[in-house]
Design a protein around this ligand. Structure first.
Ligand code: NI
Length: 258
């Protein structure tokens, strides 16, 4: 069995000091591919550096909406340069976060738009972070990048109705361990209707360990196996079949080699 953690943050302090062991445990659990996601210039560089050290590890570059207020033209130019590295497989995470509102909303939208333009120019998929900003996120995507199809809503936490809207636009949906939480019935209803050829898996580690490991403070890619088992059962599939399907779609979405 082969699973790919399509969204982890291996450069964050909680994991960065121990990557060798984290990767070894991950391989033992059948999670044999990783996309380490950049969130600012520092982590974008680190992610690329790390990805060059491991086979089956890839990086993405983006500036988190939290930091939109600090983004300069120079930062966007840097992003453009970094995005052309051969280990970079997507732009993001980018989007809108109206939960924390760490940056003004119009500034978040501008930076999000700049990411979408970059993705179109370089023909790269986009990883979306959207929190309490669903309609606005869909609106920016429609207005600024109507032809972009390789778009994944990461850590999806919406309802089945919202999942339907995302799917109808031709986009993809990625689930973290949050889908296993006891209070996540709404997300489970969404997961039920997402076809396996539009569904991806991620840990978003070091955050949000899945059940039954929720007490493990620092999440890591190995634990994605629990989320995979959980969703396979939810969808009434054997784990190996489910894993094969989501791995195939992850590879095709991010243009990963076979
Ligand atoms: Ni993330």
């Amino acid at each position: 069995m082969q699973l790919i953690d399509t969204h982890c943050h291996l450069t964050f302090d909680e994991l960065a000091g121990d990557v060798e062991a984290v990767i070894a445990r991950s391989r033992d659990a059948g999670v044999t591919g990783w996309i380490t996601v950049g969130t600012d210039t520092h982590h974008n560089r680190k992610a690329i550096e790390l990805a060059h050290k491991y086979e089956n590890m890839y990086a993405t570059v983006g500036i988190h909406p939290h930091d939109a207020k600090e983004v300069t033209d120079q930062a966007i130019r840097q992003l453009h340069a970094l995005a052309q590295n051969k280990k970079v497989v997507a732009i993001g995470e980018t989007g809108l976060d109206f939960h924390y509102d760490h940056s003004p909303r119009d500034r978040q939208a501008d930076v999000f738009t700049a990411h979408l333009q970059l993705a179109q120019e370089l023909n790269l998929p986009v990883i979306i972070h959207s929190r309490e900003a669903f309609d606005e996120t869909m609106d920016v995507l429609q207005r600024c990048a109507p032809d972009l199809k390789k778009v994944v809503f990461h850590c999806f936490s919406g309802s089945a109705d919202r999942a339907t809207i995302v799917l109808d636009r031709g986009f993809y949906i990625s689930f973290t361990g949050v889908v296993t939480f006891k209070n996540a019935e709404v997300i489970r209803q969404a997961a039920k209707i997402v076809p396996v050829d539009r569904l991806m898996l991620e840990t978003d580690s070091p955050y949000m360990s899945p059940e039954p490991m929720r007490k493990q403070k620092i999440n890591e890619p190995a634990l994605m196996l629990h989320t995979a088992k959980f969703l396979a059962e939810l969808k009434g599939m054997d784990l190996p079949d489910f894993a094969a399907a989501v791995t195939a779609i992850s590879k095709s979405f991010f243009n990963l080699p076979d």
